[in-house]
Design a protein around this ligand. Structure first.
Ligand SMILES: [Zn+2]
Length: 643
């Protein structure tokens, strides 16, 4: 299996310098020497804990703990695999990445993907042949009714899926595709009656959906009459995630415009392209997503949205704007200007172009409003009655909320200043309120992010417990013959607990229940137990431990066969620090509870084993211990779940 050569990876790491890679997503607010700081794109925060080290070529977040090099950053933020991230950077930085059969991806999955791409292209051929053949008359008539020109039909690869249950299926079987390949292609569904694969698209006008490079990845099908549903779309599949693509982008990017016009569906996009507005794209049967906004930002500096003018359309507009502004706040380095356009008389863009022509539509686009101006007007218009009387209370709620979404301070201040006139208030008071709402929203989001983080941490801890199952060392005097462990052994989670405890400093005494303070019994190795004894003995309730003293002590002993001092310093690098003391304390507590719970599991397993052979008083004693352990477990779980 061919791998991407190291020389290519080295070239990419040399060219794709960490500052420019990360800078596309994060705007740096502080620079000290070789370090840059900004708001973390992976978790919500008010003060920057995300840093980039220029000389090391890495990023690191002290808040959520994410870190790595340029390639790792792209994997994390673009949700790509390692070879995909290399390809992604190669394209951006002009490094040729040879096509490999496997990369570190699973080779068979890669092969399957190639088969599915080929299958989709074959399906498009089949639909196109049906469209131009005898069976396609009904579809051609429909296309003519919609004024779609021959050139347009060809350019967009429009086809027809004939009536019948298995036309495409039979065609692909004859071309040598297997049931399994068809199953994952998204073009088939399973018959409830027979359990066999049947065509998903029947009697529909077919739109191939392309990725931004022009590869067919899915299809949309429109009914030709009144059958419902009007549109059927391929489900997400091995090669297609609808939230991550924009319909028509492969064509629109050729327009080399710095602007993308976002419309509702396939037909709108196609009609606009036919009318000469070639920078139009559509989201694919979903509300516009943040992945789509990021995708758009790679090709344009500005996106112009059209929303329906009815109530539902206007509500959708607010939801989409809120989502996008929230996303842009996190991705502070992502520069894209959002504009909202209205089609006069509440018409579709498509309809408007047909009636008024391309030039007049260009004026509509040119009159699109910046998103903050749009919100400002919305707050006013939504809260005015027919006589033009403003409901100041409702207006106040809306405008403060909208202001809190605006990332740019100047634009926020401008909104506050203008709103202050309607509210008869001082702009500073209005601005303060906007800032308050903004900050509490960030705090709320940060709490939610932290819960996610802790949940994923819990999962990895559980995984480790499961992995370790069977050789759980037992400590303390619960069972008479404690299994012997190497005296200098230390487990990763134990190290983590120790590092976190040292970092808590005096908070370990003031902010943590006495019973939750670490103790020698939490550690399995003798050397580690002695280190903990030293730590507790020298712990100062006002300052924590003197780290120089601690390191001096560590230098006298070993852990896992290495100098303990080195093990400790490495662990300090590995377990990230938050600058928020609550986060640090909770992380510490999470670790101590999980570690103790894991120990309880081990002891209980041991007791169960001994119980089999035990009788009389010995048995009662074991049972009593078992019950005590159980009670302690409940107690720990209750505490952990409160975090
Ligand atoms: Zn972070």
């Amino acid at each position: 299996m061919a791998q991407i050569p190291d020389s290519v990876i080295e070239e990419i790491l040399a060219k794709a310098d960490i500052e420019s890679v990360v800078g596309k997503y994060v705007s740096f607010t502080k620079r000290t020497g070789q370090n840059l700081f900004g708001l973390c794109p992976f978790h919500s925060e008010k003060t920057p804990s995300f840093s980039v080290s220029l000389n090391k070529g890495i990023y690191h977040c002290f808040g959520c703990g994410k870190g790595g090099n340029s390639i790792g950053f792209i994997m994390e933020i673009e949700k790509l695999t390692y070879p995909e991230a290399i390809r992604f950077l190669g394209e951006q930085y002009g490094v040729e990445v040879p096509v490999t059969s496997g990369g570190d991806n699973n080779g068979s999955e890669k092969k399957m993907k190639e088969r599915v791409y080929a299958l989709l292209t074959e399906a498009a051929r089949f639909f196109y042949a049906s469209f131009v053949g005898d069976v396609g008359k009904v579809a051609r008539d429909y296309a003519a009714k919609r004024n779609l020109s021959k050139d347009t039909l060809r350019a967009f690869g429009i086809g027809y899926a004939p009536e019948g249950w298995d036309n495409l299926y039979q065609h692909l079987i004859n071309k040598g595709y297997t049931d399994e390949e068809m199953r994952v292609s998204g073009l088939f569904t399973v018959s409830k009656k027979t359990g066999k694969l049947i065509d998903l698209f029947r009697g529909r006008l077919m739109f191939p959906i392309f990725d931004s490079f022009g590869k067919i990845i899915a299809f949309g099908g429109r009914s030709l009459g009144d059958e419902m549903p009007k549109y059927v779309n391929s489900p997400d599949s091995l090669v297609y995630k609808k939230q991550e693509h924009l319909y028509g982008l492969n064509f629109a990017k050729k327009a080399k415009s710095n602007q993308l016009i976002i419309v509702e569906g396939y037909m709108d996009t196609i009609a606009m392209h036919q009318a000469g507005i070639t920078n139009a794209v559509a989201s694919l049967g979903t509300a516009f997503t943040d992945s789509q906004l990021r995708l758009a930002s790679r090709y344009a500096e500005e996106v112009v949205f059209f929303f329906d003018s009815d109530k539902a359309g206007q509500n959708a507009a607010i939801r989409a704007i809120r989502m996008m502004l929230k996303f842009l706040k996190k991705m502070s380095g992502l520069k894209i200007r959002i504009k909202i356009a209205y089609v006069p008389d509440g018409k579709d863009p498509d309809e408007y172009i047909r009636n008024n022509g391309k030039d007049s539509f260009a004026t509509v686009v040119a009159n699109a409003k910046d998103v903050d101006d749009y919100l400002f007007e919305r707050a006013y218009n939504d809260n005015c009655d027919e006589d033009g009387k403003l409901d100041q209370y409702k207006y106040q709620d809306d405008i403060i909320l909208y202001g809190s979404w605006i990332q740019d301070e100047l634009r926020r201040e401008k909104m506050a200043t203008n709103a202050a006139v309607y509210l008869g208030a001082n702009y500073k008071t209005v601005l303060n309120r906007m800032n308050e709402v903004m900050n509490s929203a960030i705090a709320e989001q940060a709490a939610a992010d932290k819960r996610d983080l802790i949940r994923s941490e819990k999962d990895t801890v559980r995984q480790r417990v499961e992995e370790n199952e069977g050789d759980e060392p037992v400590t303390q005097d619960v069972v008479a013959d404690v299994r012997k462990t190497n005296s200098d052994i230390v487990y990763l989670q134990e190290l983590k607990l120790f590092v976190l405890a040292v970092r808590l400093k005096e908070l370990l005494a003031t902010d943590v229940d006495r019973e939750d303070v670490l103790r020698p019994g939490d550690f399995r190795g003798e050397n580690m137990k002695k280190i903990i004894e030293f730590f507790l003995k020298n712990f100062d309730e006002r300052y924590g431990i003197n780290e120089a003293l601690l390191i001096n002590e560590l230098s006298k002993t070993t852990l896992n066969g290495m100098p303990a001092e080195e093990v400790y310093l490495r662990a300090c690098d590995q377990f990230n620090d938050s600058n928020n003391s609550d986060v640090r304390r909770d992380e510490y507590l999470m670790t101590v509870y999980d570690l103790r719970l894991k120990q309880i599991d081990g002891m209980e397993r041991m007791i169960v084993k001994y119980l089999e052979a035990a009788t009389g008083a010995k048995k009662d004693d074991l049972l009593l211990r078992y019950r005590k352990l159980n009670a302690y477990r409940e107690h720990l779980i209750a505490k952990r779940d409160k975090l």
